[in-house]
Design a protein around this ligand. Structure first.
Ligand code: HEM
Length: 341
């Protein structure tokens, strides 16, 4: 698959392919703990291989494949899209904000124009033009969040703010890492984070919620999260666990030389935006996967990944679902990945 989208993020001088040069390698030190790790969005982040983070929406060489995969998943399971009735305005707000973000980031490919009440969204990569009137459902073929999900690689959750708390009341999530939007919809921010170890006693989640509730209209922050995945499988939601869960065991029992190709570092670049019309918080989750083989092409990354995985406490490794795969990952990095322990 190839697209005509301009994907350049930097003047590549290391000769690495885009998937490596643009990968958001998340570790800045040799150990990892949970924290309220948020920073203002928008400025590029330099890594040992290149950089990432110029735009809150990120289109890459997987664009058409990922959109096809999203449609397949939604066709098989429409519950990956959820919206409680009071989230209608937030959906419109999110859709138009995302259209504007796409047009700002990739003006060659996307446009959003306005003529009085009517607006026109153009996606040249898909050859699509859609005119619509904000708030008028009869002018769109789908609910607004479902519609914009056909144009971006990010998953989206919309949080309503009321009674001094945030509530995950709408979302389009096809690429979840071991959780379920259908299960979580309507829950509070604290309830959603209920299964995460450590964060409650350490105050990470209450602090994050206070921070998010203080965001002003238009403000945009970002953070990363990570885990390990077998193969480039974006959909690892609870619903499809029977399809992907056993791959961890099979990888661990299989030949070590396959691990570099099959085991991936899975990184979520998450953006948090206060929407201007509805006041909702828009949570964007963009999932990137890079094989251990590719990571080993950047020695600084393989050494750091090794240290983080080796040191990670068992309760966090268990929650992340990497108890079976981190051992083979470490062995592969030592045997084939050039890491000396
Ligand atoms: C998981 C922190 C925002 C939904 C987690 C984890 C942490 C965390 C530490 C565990 C991740 C892991 O070990 O793999 C934060 C912080 C946030 C934030 C600091 C904001 C500053 C959000 C938002 C949502 C969200 C806005 C939207 C609903 C989730 C979900 C999980 C999760 C669904 C998985 C929970 C499960 O296992 O069922 N978060 N988060 N997070 N977060 Fe957040």
């Amino acid at each position: 698959m190839s697209t005509t989208i301009d994907l350049a993020v930097r003047d590549d001088d290391l000769g690495l392919p885009d998937r490596i040069a643009r990968f958001p390698f998340p570790f800045t030190r040799d150990t990892y703990r949970y924290s309220t790790n948020v920073e203002p969005a928008g400025s590029p982040v330099a890594t040992a291989a290149g950089g990432w983070g110029r735009h809150p929406v990120d289109i890459d060489g997987h664009y058409l494949d990922d959109l096809t995969e999203r449609e397949r998943i939604l066709g098989a399971d429409p519950t990956r899209f959820q919206s409680l009735p009071h989230m209608e305005i937030a959906q419109w707000d999110a859709m138009v904000t995302l259209m504007r973000m796409l047009a700002d980031a990739y003006p060659e490919t996307f446009a959003l124009e306005r003529d009085g009440e009517a607006r026109l969204f153009v996606n040249r990569a898909l050859g699509l033009e859609q005119s619509f009137v904000f708030g008028d459902r009869s002018t769109l073929p789908d609910p607004p969040l479902r519609f914009i999900g056909r144009h971006l690689q990010e998953d989206v959750v919309l949080l309503d703010q009321r009674e001094g708390a945030l509530w995950g009341d709408a979302g389009l999530v096809t690429f979840a890492a071991d959780w379920s939007l259908r299960f979580d919809v309507g829950m509070s921010f604290r309830q959603i984070h209920g299964p995460v170890p450590r964060v409650h006693t350490e105050g990470v989640i209450p602090r994050a919620e206070q921070f998010l509730m203080g965001l002003q209209a238009g403000q945009c922050y970002r953070r990363t999260n990570w885990s390990l995945s077998v193969d480039r499988r974006l959909d690892q939601s609870t619903e499809t666990y029977p399809e992907w869960g056993r791959d961890r065991r099979l990888l661990a029992e299989g030949p070590l030389e396959d691990v570099g190709r099959r085991l991936h570092l899975r990184v979520e670049v998450q953006h948090l935006v206060r929407l201007g019309v509805s006041g909702a918080i828009m949570f964007l989750i963009r999932t990137h996967l890079l094989s251990f083989e590719d990571i080993a092409r950047v020695p600084e990354w393989s050494g750091r990944l090794y240290s983080v995985l080796d040191e990670l406490p068992d309760d966090m490794a268990d929650y992340k679902g990497i108890m079976r795969t981190r051992g083979p990952g470490l062995r592969w990095l030592r045997t084939y990945g050039g890491v000396r322990s």
